[in-house]
Design a protein around this ligand. Sequence first.
Ligand SMILES: [Zn+2]
Ligand SMILES: [Zn+2]
Length: 385
Amino acid sequence: MYSVHGARFDVRREYDKLPCQAFWTFITGKGRVLSPEEKVRAMLPLSTGWTVMHIAISWLVIAAALWLGNRALDSTAPLAVVTGVGLSWLIVVNRARSLQASFHYVTHGSAMPHRRLAQWTATAAFTAPFFYQSWTAYCDSHVKTHHHLRALCSMDDPDQQFIAQNEFRPRMGVKTFWWRLWSRPFSPAFLWGQLKSSWFDSFIEPSWCEVFFRMAFVVGIVSVALAYGWFDRLLLLFWVPAWLLFRHSMWLQLITEHLWFAPRGSDAGSPEAYGRLTWGRFQGRPLPSGGVLAWARWFALLFLYDLPVRLYVYPQDLPNHDFHHRLPLAPYHNIADLRRTCECEFSRFGPSYEVWGFLETLCVLRDHLCYGDSNPFRWPASSPL
Ligand SMILES: [Zn+2]
Ligand SMILES: [Zn+2]
């Protein structure tokens, strides 16, 4: 089912005839249809070895981005500095979000079956360097509470509480909605709140053993940076994207993640009501039928809009967050294919919902929060299909 915003049909079907299917899955966030044998294999959790490999590659890419940013800062050409540092920040944020997404799936048990090793790897490779919630706190707030049939999009949901603290609410004005959406992550109140929660999550809430590790990590890296004279670069090239921009990117994703503050009807807490609270968030548009100018516009939107959105707002599995809520054990590396394969099958969560385009998804939330349209997915697929 579709909303009034964006294409009202499965755009990905048009891309099925193009070469390089993996690229179109990456850009759109929607995968290909799997055969029954492939589907069975795709449901297997990502092994401990492959998860560790994925995490290690992400850190190698972050190291390459830091090298790029450092080289750019040595340049005397202002354009090279701005381009190099901007690109370095984008890569660091993207890998940080990818590490967060992998951490999320590991806590669900759909990657890295070796749980004890998973917990330590997550702390060393993600939660400590990014001042993020500990494994235990995240399992409580996300796996047990946010995913709960009765809690999602209620005031018991920690994610909705966070959005409410940041002044989003039903019946807010349209101008206020857009202003808060774009500016809130840079406001003093938001930054102060994030600083306090980073401190609490890193040095107060975890076990004493983990707090000791996190302190040793920060003191160690800051001491080395000061001793070798690159503390300012560490701050600018790593912690600006890894802390400030990472939280900005998470914020943009979070706003469109669910139908926050959805009114609770008589079926609240049922699988079908739960299914209505979330949808697929895909990027792309129909292939142009016109000439060179139409194709130029289509490619420009692909590389200047869809690609940055996939890298910065919806990295990795996030276009398919709806399917993750329906089947939390679906592993992240196959979720785009699994969602496409299962989306027309009968589900106790009701039909699948989807929106094509980030701005279109924001409009769904605007209509809901500002105009009271709490049933946005009223349109079945239209042509072409
Ligand atoms: Zn989850
Ligand atoms: Zn969610």
